[in-house]
Design a protein around this ligand. Structure first.
Ligand SMILES: [Zn+2]
Length: 481
């Protein structure tokens, strides 16, 4: 967050794959994708991937091969109903690594390993998908599991679909538009797998979460002007949003993305802000004009007053693990590693050390999000809300989004040309990376399984949160949280 009066900001550490996956769709610019792979060695009949000679067996080989096989089946079933013309599968899919000697053939000769190192791409030059089997995919697998790699495969196959459907020829189409649609396609395919429709691939909740992790991992560095940068793929908030749109609503929704994208939030730093490089200091989040409490009050007090809901702002209380305060029916175990609203004392009790760790790991809104969620719980209590358990928590996530909408930068600066929040009474403004901090924190807090029903899965939490950010309070109150 930034102080609206002094323009502070943060710059996040660049994700390792932000840059290297940035070009994944950019070579798909020619208009005749199919049938131009003449001379390319065909994959072995029983395999979808051309693994080549000299390959070191990898733990993900079978899953990735099954994923590509099913992507072909999935699009054979969905392409013509969606786009109205026959489907042709991608000409070839190649595992590329330095030791490979049998050539990977594009339309203009062999593809060198250096061209794919650290990356995976589809190119209409030869209508091929090539992935780095030596560094990228082993690393993704190690850090996030094989499902994350299958989701990347689905994203790349999405670019091949775009080449077939003429998406790259739409006048004015931007990189971000094609990347968001590829993420949406990846979500639609992941849902199909998660529904149990692919015997060879049994995706559970942890695998869907791995897909979300992958979207976060390959997101643009905070501050990238994703909307206008040719290498812009979107923030974690936008990438996970497109993935979830596809997961929930399917291929038909994704088809509309180029002309009717899911609303995106593109926050950029001013050059001056970029130079200062930092979140609000932790202590500034607790007191004064930049405190989270003040900002929450600025949004909620008049909102509740207008609805004639009696409300007294809760007070923040920090505790250490050795001295957890009494808090209604909550056990000390439930209160550690969390921020919790305690109705009896009208306080928000938070685990001080844990919140500092969150702040250090992700940034200032990783502190702000749990506090704002606990505050939302106070709002539900004041309004006489009767929800309990996971449904109540998911409404809190939506309400956090609705509140944060009020501190998003307004499209219109003030008379002096300074950034102001959507709610001009707010004295803090969201900065690039803030929404991504919430997304990452939600992944950390989310239930492992969709049938655990404590706090919601990462998928459910982020979906609810982005509904609030995009749709505002009305959406949360309509029960769409
Ligand atoms: Zn891409």
């Amino acid at each position: 967050m930034i102080n609206s009066h002094s323009s502070r900001l943060r710059v996040g550490a660049a994700s390792l794959f932000t840059v290297i996956l940035a070009g994944c769709g950019s070579s798909a610019t020619t208009s005749s994708p199919a049938g131009s792979a003449g001379g390319a060695p065909q994959p072995a009949a029983e395999r979808s991937i051309s693994f080549g000679d000299g390959k070191v067996a990898q733990p993900y080989d079978d899953v990735l091969d099954a994923a590509f096989a099913d992507l072909k089946t999935f699009w054979a079933a969905n392409y013509e109903p969606t786009y109205g013309s026959p489907f042709t599968p991608v000409a070839a899919i190649y595992a590329l690594y330095p030791e490979r000697t049998d050539p990977v053939v594009g339309c203009s000769g062999p593809v060198a390993y250096s061209e794919v190192k650290g990356n995976a791409f589809y190119t209409s030059c030869g209508d091929i998908i090539v992935y780095d089997d030596s560094e990228l995919v082993p690393d993704l697998t190690k850090r996030m599991g094989v499902a994350s790699v299958a989701v990347v495969a689905a994203h790349e196959y999405g670019h091949a679909i775009q080449a077939r459907a003429g998406v790259y020829s739409i006048p004015g189409i931007k990189t971000i538009d094609t990347e968001q649609q590829a993420d949406c396609f990846a979500g639609a395919w992941t849902a199909h797998v998660a529904r149990g429709e692919v015997p060879a691939l049994a995706f559970g909740d942890a695998d869907v979460k791995a897909g979300i992790d992958a979207m976060i991992d390959v997101a643009d560095t905070p501050g990238t002007d994703s909307e206008n940068d040719d290498s812009g793929h979107g923030s974690a908030f936008d990438r996970v949003g497109a993935f979830e749109e596809g997961f929930i609503n399917g291929v038909a929704r994704c088809k509309d993305f180029p002309t009717n994208p899911y609303p995106r939030v593109d926050l950029t730093f001013s050059p001056e802000d970029a130079a200062t490089n930092g979140n609000l200091p932790f202590d500034d989040l607790l007191t004064g004009d930049t405190s989270i409490s003040k900002s929450l009050d600025t949004f909620w007090v008049p909102t509740l007053e207008a609805s004639q809901v009696a409300f007294t702002s809760p007070t923040l209380v920090a505790f250490t693990v050795g001295a957890v305060p009494a808090c209604g029916e909550f056990t000390p175990e439930q209160m550690v590693n969390a921020a919790t609203y305690c109705p009896d004392s009208n306080t928000i009790a938070y685990d001080d050390e844990f919140m500092h760790r969150l702040y250090d790991a992700y940034g200032d809104l990783s502190f702000g999000y749990p506090v704002a969620a606990a505050y939302s719980d106070a709002v539900q209590a004041a309004a006489g809300g009767t929800l309990t358990g996971e449904p109540r928590v998911l409404v809190n996530d939506c309400l956090v989004g609705a509140y944060l909408n009020s501190v998003l930068p307004s499209a219109t600066p003030d008379v002096d040309g300074n950034q102001v929040a959507n709610d001009p009474n707010q004295t803090i403004i969201l900065s690039p990376g803030d929404l991504d901090e919430v997304v990452k924190t939600a992944v950390l807090f989310g239930d492992v399984a969709s049938d655990t029903n404590n706090l919601g899965t990462a998928f459910e939490k982020i979906d609810s949160f982005r509904n609030g950010v995009i749709g505002g309070l009305d959406v949360c109150l309509q029960g769409n949280g």
